[in-house]
Design a protein around this ligand. Structure first.
Ligand code: ADP
Ligand code: MG
Length: 242
């Protein structure tokens, strides 16, 4: 059974269709990458899954429950998803520890001591134990993005959505963030990532999806997509970016 099922999703903005009948199944522990040119609809698709956008047609199911049903409890759905964006969205006036424990305490009703203990374990796991009392502006971009990932993990999500999480980083800082994602995969986390890191994508993905103009032109295992794609446009895109 799929953990996430996207079934014929359409989305338009001001009469312009940016998602055109997207289908995607994500199984537990699977890592699915979305690749495609800027504007192809990767972020919009992730935002639809997180209910930051409403779909115009089609449906999305999480653990078999239709989350695009208008009667759904949006907070309950978001509780089961962790999302990390390109720009670090840490709260600048809060310490790392407070950033991470905010959602578990406020949204999930976890006691302060327990939330801080769990946050401490996560920070240690990702080599950030000594940063708990730091403020975001005291950290490097890579450290901030690692904290943002830890913060998304603190609510124990079923599925992580990572939207170009390394795009705003200096190349030397990209590696440490990719290492965190690699570790998440090893721990069995289910993930969908929009990425421009093609080498990493090929390495870490179980399934790669190529989007063009809101259409999922092709999807398959990385060996197939990167070496023998079905579609000429996939080949052209990869030739341009690799
Ligand atoms: P990607 O993440 O692949 O770069 P996006 O999902 O951000 O692509 O964008 C897909 C298309 O949707 C683009 O043409 C973009 O301009 C448009 N778009 C995205 N969000 C909005 C919005 N809130 N209002 C209008 N157009 C949007
Ligand atoms: Mg995007």
């Amino acid at each position: 059974m799929s953990l996430l099922s996207i079934d014929g999703v359409w989305k338009e903005f001001r009469g312009h269709s940016v998602l055109r009948g997207i289908d995607l199944e994500v199984r537990p522990h699977e890592v699915v990458s979305l690749i495609g040119a800027s504007g192809s609809g990767k972020s919009t698709l992730l935002r639809c899954v997180n209910l930051l956008e409403t779909v115009d047609d089609g449906a999305i199911y999480l653990d078999g429950e239709e989350i695009t049903d208008p009667r759904v409890d949006v907070d309950d759905v978001r509780r089961r998803l962790g999302i990390v964006f390109q720009a670090f969205n840490l709260f600048p006036h809060m310490t790392v520890l407070d950033n991470i424990t905010l959602a578990p305490r406020r949204v999930h009703g976890v006691a302060k001591a327990e939330a801080e203990e769990q946050a401490g374990e996560l920070l240690a796991r990702f080599g950030l134990a000594d940063k708990a009392r730091s403020y975001p502006d005291q950290l490097s971009g890579g450290q901030q993005q690692r904290v943002a990932i830890v913060r998304a993990l603190a609510t124990k999500p079923r599925l992580m959505l990572l939207d170009e999480v390394t795009s705003a980083l200096d190349p030397v800082l990209v590696v440490e963030v990719l290492q965190v994602i690699r570790e998440l995969k090893e721990s069995g986390m289910t993930m969908i990532l929009a990425t421009h890191e093609m080498g990493f994508c090929r390495d870490i993905s179980d399934t790669v999806c190529f989007l063009e103009g809101g259409v999922m032109l092709e999807k398959g295992p990385p060996e197939k997509i990167f070496t023998d794609p079905e579609h000429a446009h996939t080949r052209e895109f990869l030739r341009a970016v690799l």
